[in-house]
Structures are given as C-alpha cells and as structure tokens.
Design a protein around this ligand. Structure first.
Ligand SMILES: [Zn+2]
Length: 333
C-alpha cells in the first residue's frame, strides 16, 4: 500500500503494524491495540490517523464493562422502552439534556450519574414518584400512558419471578434434592441466617448452603432446603444458582448485595439487616445450621473452596453434574 510518510515526507510503501498501547481512564489502565504505519524508506512508524477502531470509545466501553456500568445503548434502549424523549428523560433524572445526549452517544458518564440512571433502570417504578412530585413534566396523556406501562412492569415482574421459581423448583424429591421438595421459604431464612449482620462472599455462601443441606441429610436423612447442588469450578453450588438470584431479586432486596474486590477478582457479597425467622426451622435444622456457621466461621473463600474440593462427592463428579446426597456419608464435617 502506498501513502505519504509524514516523517521522510515522501510517497512510500508502508506496512500496517499493530502495537499495544495503554490509555488511562480515570485511573484505570486500559490496553488498546493501536494501528501504526511503518515506512519502508525511513524505517519510522507513525500513527494511522483514521484507524478502523475508535480507541477512546473502546477504552470507555472497557472501563464501563469492568465497573459493570451502563453502556450508551443501554441508556437509550431503556429511555426508548419508556417512550420518553431525551428532554423528558433528562427532566426526570434532573440532569441536563445535553449531558444525557452525550452519554447516549458514547461519552463516559460520571459516577454519580451512573448511579442515578442505574437506580431507575433497576426499578423503573421510581419514575412514578418523580411524576407525582413534578406533575408538569409530561402531558396528561403521556403521563397516563407511562404510568400504565410502569404498573404493568411491576405486575409482570412478580409474575415472572413466580414462574421462574416454579420452573426451577419443578423437580420431585429424590436423592439429588436430599429427599425433599424445594422449600423457597426455608432457603430465604437459611440465607438470612448466614448473612445476618455479616458480609458473606457468594462463593462462601454457596458452600455453607451445601454443607448445611448435606450435613442435615447425613444426620437426619433429609436436606433442609431441597436444593440440588452441582459441581462447579469453585466447588459445589446450588444448581442454577445465578438464575435463582435473579428470579429472587425481590427478596434479594432485603439482603443487601455488593460487589467487592478480592484476589484481583470482583466478588459479590451478601448481608442481611433482617434477622432470620428461626420458627420456620426444625430443632435439628437449627442445630445443623449453627454447627456449620461455627465450623466455617474463620474460613476465607479460598479456604472453604479448597476444603470443599476434597469432598468425595465433588471429586467423583464433573463440571455441571449434579452431586448426589449419597455422598453425604463421606462429608468431611
Ligand atoms: Zn518515511
């Protein structure tokens, strides 16, 4: 390919080369593969001023991805789903319309604005409150339409949650569920039992659930929650746990979840300000829950993960496979 070399100022034969470069976005160092031209006459390299990739756009997207922030199209799709113009949506948010327009077109949002927009994305019904406080934002008919829509979302959400949970729990009691029908209410209170006033990593919580259910099966012939557990890279986990968490977002709201950094990874943690209702449990279940809590009290995520890797039931299963409660007899607790 021929082009003009700005260094030796001649029309020359050039090669495209790719070199890694680093862009600093608010303290996050992001690597980008930049395109350069190499001049065969003077052996110098110079930047391609019209690269195929927009490096800043790439870096912003990577920055948002690392922080689990909204991408520009997420904001636009959300606004469109509400049938709002940029002007109307920015009035609801209380930010400038030019700012919102920039965000939808690729500018990097401020952290405060990310949190603000995220609030509404996570719970669109918050808009109802804003519309009540600022009744002149929309015309009467626009307001009615949006209000109807938001009420529908609310209703749809709870139907969806119920259906998802019904589907996930649609298995008969057998050796994979510890001889028990799934008990959603008990799961919630086991969750609260472990997370009440203490911040627990999801990785650790998975193991605590596993040990409590299997220990109760070993000693009393039946599990506590009826959950099925599968072999995952970080140890035994409740089967379809991620889907559970999403479907259970309603009750998860009672249990505060937060992303924290550890071992260079991001981990989700849970904490509940709300105490468990111990009346839902049998005395034997309370005994088992307390002994598991005590046993693993000082264990880090890594320690309990390593510990669970030595369970026979874990060793004898492959990734994704359900772990039979038969293995409870070999449990290392
Ligand atoms: Zn040159």
């Amino acid at each position: 390919m021929n082009t003009f070399c700005p260094i030796c100022e001649q029309e020359t034969e050039i090669n495209k080369i790719i070199e890694s470069d680093e862009i600093d976005i608010r303290g996050e160092i992001i690597s980008v593969e930049k395109e350069y031209f190499h001049c065969q006459k003077c052996d110098e390299k110079f930047e391609n001023l019209h690269p195929e990739m927009d490096y800043m756009d790439f870096a912003y997207r990577e920055y948002r991805r690392r922080k689990a922030w909204l991408q520009p199209e997420d904001i636009k799709v959300f606004r469109d789903s509400l049938g709002l113009t940029q002007q109307q949506f920015s009035d609801i948010l209380g930010i400038g319309v030019a700012t919102l327009n920039r965000y939808e077109n690729g500018s990097l949002q401020s952290e405060a604005h990310e949190q603000l927009i995220r609030l509404f994305v996570d719970d669109p019904s918050l808009i109802l409150g804003v519309l009540n406080r600022k009744p002149n934002l929309l015309t009467k008919s626009e307001q009615e339409k949006l209000t109807d829509y938001l009420h529908q979302i609310e209703k749809g959400k709870s139907v969806l949650v119920r259906k998802t949970i019904e589907n996930l729990a649609n298995y008969s009691p057998d050796i994979f569920s510890g001889g028990k029908t799934f008990d959603f209410r008990k799961l919630i209170h086991v969750f609260k039992f472990f997370c009440y006033n203490s911040r627990i990593y999801k990785t650790k919580l998975n193991k605590l659930l596993f040990y409590a259910d299997y220990l109760h099966y070993r000693d009393y012939g039946v599990s506590i929650t009826g959950l099925r557990y599968a072999h995952a890279p970080f140890g035994p986990v409740p089967n379809n746990f991620e889907t559970w968490l999403v479907a259970s977002s309603k009750w998860i709201e009672e249990i505060e979840s937060e992303e924290v950094y550890f071992d260079e990874n991001v981990g989700e943690t849970f904490m509940s300000d709300d105490p468990p209702d111990m009346n839902v449990f049998q005395p034997s279940e309370i005994k088992v829950l307390q002994s598991i809590k005590e046993k693993f009290l000082g264990f880090s995520c890594r320690e309990i993960t390593n510990y669970s890797h030595d369970e026979i039931g874990y060793k004898n299963t492959k990734d994704g496979e359900l772990i039979s409660y038969i293995y409870a007899q070999d449990l290392r607790v």
